[in-house]
Design a binder for this molecule. Structure first.
Ligand SMILES: NC(=O)c1ccc[n+]([C@@H]2O[C@H](COP(=O)([O-])OP(=O)(O)OC[C@H]3O[C@@H](n4cnc5c(N)ncnc54)[C@H](OP(=O)(O)O)[C@@H]3O)[C@@H](O)[C@H]2O)c1
Length: 301
């Protein structure tokens, strides 16, 4: 726990979707340390260790990750270096410093069987290298003994970065029909909601309101659920309301077998976020409401 001076917050992955939002959202909470890749390369354990020892943060907010789900199938070592080994080092260093770590993980730690939302204690069984590397990161972080909070999220999107929403809306303007998978179920999660949730948890911690027995894994995905096709349909419907004259594609649902990818995706990505709400009083925003917040920002960008 930090003393009188503002806490030092080390944030990784600030050129990414969640990290970019964290930069803005966490700024009022303390002194931000946001290394570029050249200063702290997550693929290089020595670089991670050295940077943390040099900067001595009170909090490490770990949003940097290897996120190329399909490419990971052929880049196993790199995915594990970034998603597992770097996280292990951050955990060790956080433990040594007495720092608290917030870390993002993924629904892809599950195999997607079943039709009910996963709870944190459900058995993990990743379908691909990305999920396996993120799970290894979770396990290493918990084993480090650091005061750590792991937030598994799903289907992250926002007004910036590379994400499904931006891709779909671009194609919606260019094409007449979009064929999108309709048998994978989950919830889109707004990158800003994930950043705000982190700020909320840090405020709790700085107010000494976070008992150490709250450390562990939490599910943190948008409220509600849909499919990728449902997400696209809703996005296009909301865009149509904003731009009645726009010519936008029609969405037709297809089964996953008609859209093969190098890495298999879980059919059930639903995450039950009740534990997060009970522990921190934080309810993730409904995905449709998030979408209505993001669309105007996309137009402005
Ligand atoms: N995106 C999703 O749908 C999704 C779903 C579930 C969970 N998550 C998790 O949520 C978290 C945030 O994801 P996101 O969507 O914000 O990711 P993102 O937009 O892909 O950003 C990843 C960030 O990690 C950085 N990074 C990658 N390799 C690095 C390296 N070797 N050294 C330093 N930085 C490196 C990237 O920097 P560069 O710009 O230099 O590459 C970028 O800033 C991650 O833990 C991810 O696993 C994401």
């Amino acid at each position: 726990m930090a003393g009188q001076s503002p806490p030092r917050l080390l944030v990784t992955g600030t050129s990414g979707q969640v990290g970019g939002e964290l930069l803005h959202t966490l700024a009022p909470l303390g002194t931000l340390i946001a290394p570029r890749r050249a200063e702290m390369d997550l693929a290089d354990a020595a670089s991670v260790r050295g940077f943390i020892r040099e900067t001595r943060p009170d909090w490490i907010v770990s949003a940097g990750a290897y996120t190329a789900v399909d490419k990971a199938e052929s880049e196993r070592d790199l995915a594990f270096a970034i998603n597992a080994e770097a996280v292990a080092v951050m955990g060790e260093e956080a433990k040594a410093l007495g720092a608290t770590m917030l870390h993002y993980s993924t629904d892809y730690v599950f195999n997607g069987q079943g039709t009910t939302p996963y709870v944190e204690s459900d058995p993990t069984a990743p379908l691909g290298v990305y999920g396996a590397s993120k799970l290894a990161g979770e396990e290493a972080l918990l084993a480090s003994g650091a005061n750590a909070f792991i937030f598994r999220t799903s289907w992250v999107y926002g007004a910036t970065g590379k994400n499904f929403l931006r891709t779909i809306l671009k194609y919606a303007r260019e094409r007449e029909e979009l064929r999108i998978v309709n048998d994978q179920h989950g919830a889109p999660t707004w990158s800003r909601d994930l950043a705000r949730m982190a700020a909320h948890v840090i405020r709790h911690g700085e107010a000494a309101a976070t008992p150490s027995n709250l450390r562990g894994v939490y599910h943190a995905a948008g409220s509600g659920e849909t499919t990728w096709a449902g997400f696209a349909q809703e996005a296009i419907a909301q865009l149509r309301q904003r731009e009645p004259a726009a010519k936008l594609a029609q969405v037709n649902g297809i089964p996953t077998v008609e859209y093969p990818t190098p890495a298999a995706r879980p059919a059930n990505s639903r995450l039950n976020c009740g534990t997060l709400e009970a522990a921190f009083g934080w309810k993730m925003m409904d995905w449709r409401e998030s979408l209505s917040n993001v669309l105007p920002e996309l137009e402005a960008s």
